[in-house]
Ligand binder design. Sequence first.
Ligand code: ATP
Ligand code: MG
Length: 809
Amino acid sequence: MAAIASEEIPDAEALTAFFTAVGYPEKNAKKYAKSKKDSIALYGTLKEAGIDYEMGSALANLVYEVAKSVPKTHLMYRPVVANMVKDAKLDTKQRISAASKFLKKITPPAELDISKLEEACGVGMNMTDDEIVTLIDQIFESIADTLQQERYLFGIPKILPLVHNGDPRAKWANGGTITKTIKAKLEQVLGPRDERDAAMAKKNNKAKGKKKKEKAEKQAKGGKGKGKSGDGEEKKDYDDNASNKFREAARMEKGFRNTEEMKKKHFEITKGIVRTRFPPEPNGYLHIGHAKSMNLVFKGAYEMLGGVKGQCNLRFDDTNPAAESTEYIDSIKENVSWMGWKPWCVTHSSDHFDTLYEFAERLILDDKCYVCHQSGDEIKACRELRQHNKPGYESPFRNRPVEESLKLFRDMRDGKFKEGEASLRMKIDWKHPNPCMWDPVAYRIKHMPHPHAGDKWCIYPSYDYTHCIIDSLEHIDYSLCTLEFEVRRDSYYWLVDALGLWKALQYEFSRLNIEYTVLSKRKLRQLVETNIVNGWDDPRLPTINGLRRRGFTSEGINAFCDDIGVNRNDNTMVEVARLHYWIRWHLDTICERRMAVLNPLLVEITNYEEGVVEEIEMPNHPKDKSFGTRKVIFSKYVYVDQNDFREVDEKKYFGLAPGKEVKLKFAYNITCTSFEKDATGKVTKILATYDKNNTNKCKGILTFVACGKGGLNDKPTSATINLYEELFTVPVPGANGRKWTDDLNPNSLTTVTGYVETALANTKKQNRFQFERLGFFVGDDDCTADNLIFNRTLTLKSTKDFGKKKGGK
Ligand code: ATP
Ligand code: MG
């Protein structure tokens, strides 16, 4: 049916009569008839739909909507839309608006794809009120914990996206019913709003106000905000639109969409709770790069998706028994938990070896996989030919009969081939621009048992074959991975599509790189195996075990991960100062203060009585009284740090020097009267007097550790103290063509024997303290009461500032 031309339109009076007759109130009929634009559009639409009878006000309104919304340029398609309205396929304003949006994307006179139009308008996607209530009940179940914590702060704006995510039909359902149902349910679960809600709203508004202020300030500074570390790097935080951006950015290849049926089944399984996974290969220890990934998949992804807790599986991607071991599996589990994450469940790709095998046979029967006898080198040579567009690049086994491949694959499984004699390959596309599509290997032979699956198999699936299938079997919503996997997205979707499985959305983000260290398992292994460091938990390593032994906290590491955010900028180096900022930030809030001396230098206080010991009460935390106090002894013999003494005084120097008065922190002012040296010229002892009344205000304040009642026969508690510098001397080890190992810092570890105050005598491993003026320290994993060992986590500030401010260096 063609569109109506304006010369066919009756006059205003006849039009009014016609519009009234088909169901418009007289007042409206008159109004439409009077307007040239309205009358042409409405009359045309009615004619196109063949409506010349009283149709009822609901349909009349919808027809008017069509008349109004189809653009003039697209009138040739209006008859289709008008008839869909008449046939009750487009039964809401929302569907009509979706239809006109769809039309606007077409350039006339292109042919209209009716099924796509129907899909775009959600035709047939109907939900009864009962179904809406059931869906909302399920969603409330999934957010029960969050609701108890956040109450009305987790209101309709946050729940609505979950409803829309939860069932694809919900988008087309009656919005009023949905909102009303959510509102009623909120009241049923939480009761009326009370003072808790008022307090939370107040706090929230305050936080919002603060955020707004910060944003405004940032803009005022020219839009370039600084990271919280103040290190000049722009802070890339999740912004308000992150959830939308995130979803948009999650990528799925065109044409590889989930069907409505799949989406429905997916929802039945997940109940609309977003699922992610953390999939380490158990072939090494986790490092801080994995901490970034975990922060995203266990928490950040849900925050970006609207604040609902989701389900994140810890999945061991264990398809290569040659590199994997239970030692790694156990340490990964432990590390995940130490980082504060609770997997929804722990799974192993190898748990699915039977299913993966069945799928492989199915693919062979569908002629989508074949057994190939090319060696690794031959496959490589073929790829090179293909790269140069030379003939002969396909495997000569590619087109062998299906039955032959099936038999040979079973032979592979039954151990009839040696390693390398055969592999199963996916028959994808040698012409594809992406080399990952050039028939990647699905199965290879490895005559060895598997650390988790035992000795059942001698063929093992590849990463490319396994990862996407397991994402489907576990009904993952978002398959988040680092950017190097972007090129493998094509084969990911090809395979799950070939098997008709659920497709997760893949989203890639950049790997974490930090200055002065390396974050590759291969390089870390080399450092461990060549004894450059002392094992995987050496405090100089960026492994989770190393960082923990060094005294870093999971809270500090996660705060750092929040600060750097997630983006797709490849090859950026994060300043190590930024990580340290967040570790200090957290340690400052949890560590009690103590006194220690790293390089002890004896001070004899000549006017203090021998054999007397005073106990001085000192605060455990200068900013937080709840940490309480402790008693620290003071006597005639105290030790200060070698670095805090100079033989010759200087103007801007605040440490101890002959004739100079300084304060011993929380104790007395002392004045150096003379000092002694040994034969090598090393200062061995300082003689000083003390002022019981602390008459003068001293600029220099030194820390000290005192001997007990027995004087020099009663020395303070001694301890081994490990001091660290960065593991490499340059920010990017191996840059500019150097060997990365040539950049190792020979001074990355210095060990000294110092004195610590008595309160530290029972330090256990992982006990953390701030040693006044010296930094944060932690009891080493080998620390015992008989053999005290401390590791310096970090100095209090970056060393540059520390020396200048205190003048002690
Ligand atoms: P490596 O290259 O160091 O061996 P990997 O990528 O093989 O690391 P897996 O244990 O397989 O490490 O990875 C588990 C997850 O952690 C993956 O999703 C991976 O993308 C992610 N991941 C690994 N390294 C980093 C990093 N430096 N930054 C962010 N995420 C990382
Ligand atoms: Mg890997």
